[in-house]
Design a protein around this ligand. Structure first.
Ligand code: ZN
Length: 320
């Protein structure tokens, strides 16, 4: 029987070698957008298009664009139009290398670090880049968790100088987490840890046929799990120093939280609650794809398939 070779995830060095020119990156984006190799007009869908090389290749320009030859259309379009790479003056190389660095940083990487590593002009540009990559990592339709699932909640950030402790606590962000043993992680920024809120998280997270659900002693859980899941609920009581009883423990979700916090506290000093959901999506994505050899390719594909996120959408609205 042939020995099964486990494909190794692509390394940063491989990414830097494989994608060392704009043309290589743009070819790759085209492969993702048009897997059958036939480039189609982004306006009318016609296959009768012509690649036009740009005359003077400035640093910020894509090396080529397309011209639709349909006489009723005649539009020019870029292979990145309609993707998250659009509206960006950054070279695609910077995007590709940023994706590699983010995927490889177990605790996440700050925009300031990425700016230094990749020689990006401004902090704001680097920040916007990281958030668009995070946006692509969001699971649109997450699969419910089954088997044995650990659920817990944690608090992130929140120290407000000059305010009393009572108020400072209110500024903390609540993150609900669930992990299927040997499976996927789910992290959500929730407004509070009240029964109704936790109940909403539980219902959106657990598969109806989940075997067992493990939590700590928090009083809200039995009610939050409700009649549907409460018969499969097992608790460890941290208050009396109990962390493991047989296989009943919440250690897996707690270690995911601790990794998240080391990243959030260490890398993202001024974390706004408004953007927390995107940081959580990044952590979740990295965790859930940790042994996926095609994670780099899949991430580029996601960026090609998510519609452009405007800077205004990222920065407007309340700082909730
Ligand atoms: Zn056209």
């Amino acid at each position: 029987m042939p020995k099964r070779i486990h494909p190794k995830p692509i390394s940063i060095a491989d990414i830097f070698i494989k994608f060392s020119t704009e043309a290589q990156c743009l070819e790759y984006v085209e492969k993702m957008r048009w897997p059958d190799g036939v480039v189609r007009c982004s306006t009318c869908g016609d296959k009768n298009v012509k690649r036009v090389m740009r005359q003077s290749e400035s640093k910020n320009k894509r090396p080529w664009f397309y011209l639709c030859l349909n006489k009723d259309c005649h539009q020019q379009f870029s292979p990145t139009a309609g993707t998250l790479f659009a509206d960006s003056h950054l070279p695609l190389i910077t995007w590709f290398h940023a994706i590699g660095l983010i995927l490889n940083a177990k605790k996440g990487i700050s925009a300031a670090q990425l700016q230094r590593d990749l020689g990006i002009g401004g902090y704001k540009t680097a920040w916007y880049l990281t958030h668009r990559i995070r946006e692509s990592m969001k699971e649109a339709n997450p699969v419910p968790l089954g088997g044995i699932v650990e659920i817990d909640e944690t608090y992130i950030g929140g120290k407000v100088s000059g305010m009393g402790m009572k108020f400072a606590k209110k500024q903390k962000r609540v993150v609900a987490g669930a992990v299927q043993r040997g499976g996927k992680l789910r992290l959500r920024h929730i407004p509070d840890a009240k029964i109704e809120t936790l109940s909403g998280f539980v219902k959106a997270t657990l598969a109806p046929d989940v075997e067992r659900v493990m939590t700590d002693q928090l009083r809200a859980y039995p009610a939050a799990l409700g009649p549907e899941f409460v018969d499969r609920h097992e608790k460890v009581n941290h208050i009396i120093g109990e962390y493991v009883r047989g296989d009943v423990t919440t250690n897996s979700i707690e270690s995911a939280f601790s990794l998240l916090k080391r990243g959030v506290i260490g890398q993202f000093h001024k974390l706004s609650g408004k953007h927390l959901h995107r940081y959580l999506a990044e952590f979740e994505y990295r965790f859930n794809n940790r042994s996926e050899s095609d994670v780099f390719i899949n991430t580029v594909r996601r960026l090609c398939n998510v519609s452009p996120l405007r800077f205004a959408e990222l920065t407007s609205g309340p700082k909730a």
